[in-house]
Design a protein around this ligand. Sequence first.
Ligand SMILES: Cc1ncc(COP(=O)(O)O)c(C=O)c1O
Length: 400
Amino acid sequence: MTDMRIADRIDHLGTETAFAVSAEAAAFAGVGNRVFPFHLGDLNLPTPSTVVDGAVQAISDGKTGYCPNAGIPQLREAIAANVSASHGVEYAMENVVVQPGGKPTIGKFIMTLMNPGDEVLYPNPGYPIYESQIEFHGGVAVPYTYVEGPDNFEIDFDSIERNLSDKTRLLILNDLQNPMGAECSIAEHERLAELVREHDLSVLCDEAYFDMRYAGKSTSFVEQPGMAERSVILYTFSKKFAMTGWRLGASIGPREVVDVIAKINVNDESCSNHFIQYGALAGLDGDQSEVLAILDTLRERRDVAVDALNDIAGIDCYRPDATFYLWPNVTESMRNKGIDDYEEYRRAALHATGVSFCNRLHFGRPGPDETGRYIRFAYSGIDVDDIQEGLSRFKEWCES
Ligand SMILES: Cc1ncc(COP(=O)(O)O)c(C=O)c1O
């Protein structure tokens, strides 16, 4: 009970409904059921020892007080060098502001560059925090979508071009993409860059999964001519270094924008955790074998999961080269089960098989023309044996 009145602006704040799926799965497990956790994009793999040792050493060395609000200079330099090498664009320490995770970059980018009433194009299906932060800060969230291509999902440019207006100020690009595992081709980057120039937009490049890849090489949108000057990269240690709970990331972009984001840091958290920054620095500078081993483990899981899903009648699934998400088309499977409602399908599968996954509804409001049905499997938090066992139970249920 409270006599306090919650402010009106909170009505506009969204959330990550995937956490509700976790709670349901935990409740189901809590009464003695076996659960196969495909719902959350977390890793059940240890953080590399280079990072752990670096952080422990920093605690022993007394790195436990406040530090600069933009991050310790050594880490800003190391991130700039790392991203310059992988992106082919020169970034310096002044272009990097350290954050407590990747997620804070989303709200801070929007606060820095969006005025109330501005329109922001964002991916839907997509990470739900974009829509939440745009609307919370008084902007208009304008969705764009993806279509099925020959090898993977592709941006539906029609849904972008149709929705561009003289009020559009920002574009949010999540490349490589959660929840679909989509990845832009160079041609898609070129076409987007043309639209960005033509409409004078600023871009958030959410690259949370840039290094989570199993074949080929990631290419950043900022490599397009003139785009580094108009883009902020969301960078995170969460995925590559299996550091989701440590909370460390960065915003990387033009110095003027980075300086404003550092000023927001002063107002919000003062600085990111001091000793964890030394852990991350040791991770970037040190031996990469444990980081590569994480990718090997995830590659094997992906292959097992994709093969098993494609073996189920009524389910079609791409094999994305990156991220740790699968977005199988289950239109036919839902029809076979005689279930039209996404949540009913998800709960029925959980209760019959213990397999827990998210669905389309956890990644934004479906558009009026959407006919295909999709669910999301994350294979980052489940071992190969459990993937096999869970998906074999799921197959039996789907085909019964
Ligand atoms: C697309 C996307 N962006 C950002 C984040 C946030 O990552 P972090 O844990 O570093 O805050 C996530 C986390 O799942 C994500 O999927």
